[in-house]
Write a protein that binds this ligand. Structure first.
Ligand SMILES: NC(=O)c1ccc[n+]([C@@H]2O[C@H](COP(=O)([O-])OP(=O)(O)OC[C@H]3O[C@@H](n4cnc5c(N)ncnc54)[C@H](O)[C@@H]3O)[C@@H](O)[C@H]2O)c1
Length: 256
């Protein structure tokens, strides 16, 4: 497998380069946004940052910004490359581009590539199927001050897992942050709240609050290596797969 890392000077990009080296996975190209001061600078052994599409790679890992994902996918389709997509905050049109590209290349798309969070998703789905709407469900996430999208892709994934466990449509019951005279909390609502500050890598808590007890399930990412190693595992898993849209449930072998 010959890997390319897109957005290689970013927080995740740099971690992916380090983890690929630690795991002896060959990185043949690293890209950055055109005009970046990094272009031409060394990225990893024998590889400099480039602003052109990495045609030499057979697998690309994308942790960039949502606005460039559609073009990146088109390039990967043209080159027949496998694709690990970690970028979050995609619009409906960009999500449709992911679906379309997955008809032609294998794509693994996950809002969070860490093993622990993917286990958390499973636990939340199970908890939501046991703890009915008499348990008020709230999701709270916290990330570093530089994060651009809110709520986090992981919080949205947790909200979807919760809604699925309860057999409800998330958009009918979601309440994204509260402000002002909001009135009493409707039964069955799923509250989602985003905190921003400091250098927090990523904390997520899912809470089920009843009159007599409260269940809280929390995950705290301590290092971005948790995401990078999961993304590299996904890249290895995708090798030789048929075109399609996969996620970490497939990579980790959880039943569908
Ligand atoms: N799925 C996960 O597990 C996971 C984990 C962490 C972060 N993320 C997401 O990954 C994305 C990146 O996060 P980050 O903290 O590394 O951000 P960042 O801003 O530090 O890095 C993004 C990098 O991409 C570069 N970039 C932008 N457009 C580009 C283009 N067209 N071509 C090449 N490079 C380009 C930027 O210059 C920047 O260096 C965000 O959407 C974030 O939410 C996902």
């Amino acid at each position: 497998m010959k890997l390319a890392i897109l957005g290689g000077a970013g927080r995740m990009g740099r971690m992916l380069i380090d983890c690929a080296k630690e795991l002896h996975l060959p990185v043949v190209a690293v890209t950055e946004i055109p005009g970046s001061a990094w272009i031409g600078q060394p990225a990893t052994e024998g590889v400099t940052y480039q602003d052109t599409w990495p045609t030499a790679a057979d697998a690309v890992i994308d942790f960039t910004f949502h606005t460039c994902v559609t073009e990146n996918l088109a390039n990967a389709v043209a080159c027949g490359q496998t694709y690990v997509l970690g970028t979050t905050g995609l619009t409906e049109a960009e999500l449709a581009a992911v679906d379309n590209a997955a008809k032609q290349i294998p794509i693994c798309f996950a809002p969070n590539f860490s093993l622990g969070v993917n286990l958390l998703l499973e636990l939340v789905r199970r908890a939501a199927s046991v703890l009915d709407a008499s348990y008020d469900a709230e999701i709270v996430e916290m990330h570093h001050r530089h994060k651009k999208d809110a709520p986090s892709g992981t919080a949205l994934g947790l909200a979807q897992a919760l809604a699925k466990g309860r057999g409800v449509d998330l958009e009918q019951v979601a309440n994204y942050g509260r402000h002002g005279i909001v009135g009493a909390r409707p039964t069955g609502e799923i509250g989602i709240h985003a905190l921003r500050g400091g250098s927090v890598v990523g904390d997520h808590t899912v809470m089920f609050a009843a009159d007599e007890e409260r269940v809280e399930i929390t995950h705290k990412a301590v290092s971005r290596a948790a995401f990078a190693k999961g993304a590299l595992k996904a890249a290895q898993w995708l090798e030789g797969r048929a075109p399609g849209l996969y996620n970490m449930r497939h990579v980790l072998g959880f039943e569908a």
